[in-house]
Ligand binder design. Sequence first.
Ligand SMILES: Cc1ncc(COP(=O)(O)O)c(C=O)c1O
Length: 430
Amino acid sequence: MADICHGQPLIRKSKRYHLGLNPFLQLCLLKNFRDPKNIMILICASWTTNLERVFLVERRMAEHKMKHPEERIISLGVSETSKPLPEFITSAMAMKSLTLSTLDGNSVYGARRVEEQLRAEIASKIYGDLGIENDDIFISDGTLCDISRLQAYVDLGVIMGQSGEFQSDLKKFKNIKYMKCTPENDFFADLSTISPADLIFYCSPNNPTGAAATKEQLMGLVQFAKDNGSIIIHDATYSMYISDDSPRSIFEIPGAKEVAIETSSFSKTAGFSRIRLGWTVVPKELLYSDGFPIAKDFKRISNTCFSGASIIAQVGGLACLSPKGWKATQDIIQSYKNNTKLIVDTFNSLGFKVYGGKNAPFVWVQFPGRSSWDVFDEILEKIHVSVTPGSGFGPTGEGFIRVAALNQEADVLEACERFKQLFKSTRAYN
Ligand SMILES: Cc1ncc(COP(=O)(O)O)c(C=O)c1O
């Protein structure tokens, strides 16, 4: 396919062309339009309306603090971990920092060796016998960063305006197809009703609903991608929270390597949100329709847009994957899971319909007939607890709130007591 020719009309058409991408980079990116159909499906909506939701929640919390300076607000609204990192992990990073003052410690060769080691550890510890090889793994500075690069790389959709304008009334981008994931469909869309797409963004375990896809559901998704020539971009950031037999990686599904890219990180597993370390798996088996390996292009684009993860973060990542680190991070995850259970039990005892919580640190609580923002306001106003309004994640979230369990145990305990006080007289909600 004449790739660049294919791309050029898109450059001219795009209203966002002038917004700062350098023309050389654009041509590199446009070379990747091998099969453009201009449609994307987005299942996990938490990326799209992120800024608006975060901004509004933070503004309301700041206003509330001004109004009630004497009250202690507990935030169960953020998806950020709160526990300090185990000291031997921070020590490993500190030691590495010091070696950067030596010739050997600061060598390019040394940095490459660390990255190689990290790929090998991720391949064996996270993917075990799933057949993911070291060179299928690209080390990054986190899931969101790689998802942004992937959008630029495969479709350019959001950057170039292909996703269409954001429709404020519907809270949707015009050219993105949203999959409805609700209790009625067990938080997994009916694929027989979905039109074909270039890209399928899917996040399991899911933020915000807390639902994890079953093996059968993921098999259906992989088959759908095969039938339609789509690429699945699977966000497995919360996979370490899975307690049942739901797949932790899409590559547990036979044939997934031919249709899927998986991205994940140390942010929620090891509390690395501010250190920044993640990875993306682009299997060799994933090819464009003309047989060209997508991994080759991903490497080129990734090297163009990104100069590599911090060496200090990578040494921290290796410490997390050591036997001692693995045990420590599992213990921390378990404590967040204990918080989750407490939140689930609290809302259950109050008579609410509660979803998620089992395989993710999020509890999705239903308030039938009520606006999510009204519930958010009531909870903040009356008991000084901040949650997240479900509609901030997209229209299907209306009538829900997300309660995150990544806070300290004592705060979660106190918040649950406050929920009981607030809702004890409203058991008839459902
Ligand atoms: C679904 C999902 N993916 C990715 C991220 C961010 O991951 P990272 O810190 O690796 O960019 C978040 C953060 O809240 C998330 O909820």
